[in-house]
Design a protein around this ligand. Structure first.
Ligand code: CTP
Ligand code: ZN
Length: 181
């Protein structure tokens, strides 16, 4: 009698283990890890697939230092698509078209996710413009744009890695020379 009870208990414990194991399989490991690193937001914008070295540039473009809502920045995360990547989650903020275009200049593979009520409502793939108006500073100190009240203008020669040429002084610049105005 006592032995039977014991084995029943054992059986129950084994079933419990099985259920536990199933639960663990149901949520992919990668997802658990990711959510631990940087938690989901209820309302706002997630900028994903940012090249690691551009993560803080994107934060600067969006002026997140002065944002009043939640801001989570993660960088050097593993990405199947781009090797290492950065993610920025901004609670209570939607991006303007101008902000999305600026992001495309430093993060041509970025995805902008609009989150509403914890769901991804919209997923926008950014697009590098052909002409960049008044966003990037010319690296040539004698360029007219650095000496007079003239807005900068660059032509995009190559999108990834970025190569641009100043409309005024014809200086070519690569992604490492980019300074956002
Ligand atoms: N996300 C979030 N908060 C939510 C919903 C999503 O922070 N409430 C984040 C996810 O962590 C992810 C991004 O928004 O980084 C996009 O979510 P989703 O489309 O569900 O992820 P993926 O399918 O991995 O996106 P993709 O195909 O663009 O890689
Ligand atoms: Zn110039």
């Amino acid at each position: 009698m006592a032995r039977k009870k014991y084995s029943k208990r054992k059986e129950r414990a084994r079933k419990k283990e099985k259920i536990k194991a199933k639960k663990a399989i149901a949520i992919p490991n990668e997802e658990i890890k990711r959510e631990l690193k940087i938690s989901a937001i209820d309302e706002g914008t997630v900028i994903d697939h940012i090249p690691t070295d551009a993560t803080f540039k994107v934060a600067e473009i969006l002026d997140l230092e002065n944002h009043q809502g939640i801001v989570s920045i993660a960088t050097n995360l593993q990405s199947k698509r781009i090797g290492k990547k950065g993610i920025i989650k901004v609670g209570g903020k939607s991006l303007t078209q101008a902000e999305v275009s600026k992001i495309a200049i430093v993060a041509p593979d970025a995805t902008v996710n609009i989150i509403k009520n914890y769901d991804v409502k919209e997923k926008i793939k950014v697009k590098t413009p052909d002409v960049i108006d008044n966003v990037v500073k010319c690296s040539n100190p004698v360029c007219i744009t650095n000496n007079e009240q003239v807005a900068t203008k660059f032509y995009v020669l190559r999108k990834d890695p970025l190569k641009i040429k100043c409309h005024y002084c014809e200086r070519s610049m690569g992604k490492d020379d980019i300074e956002i105005i």
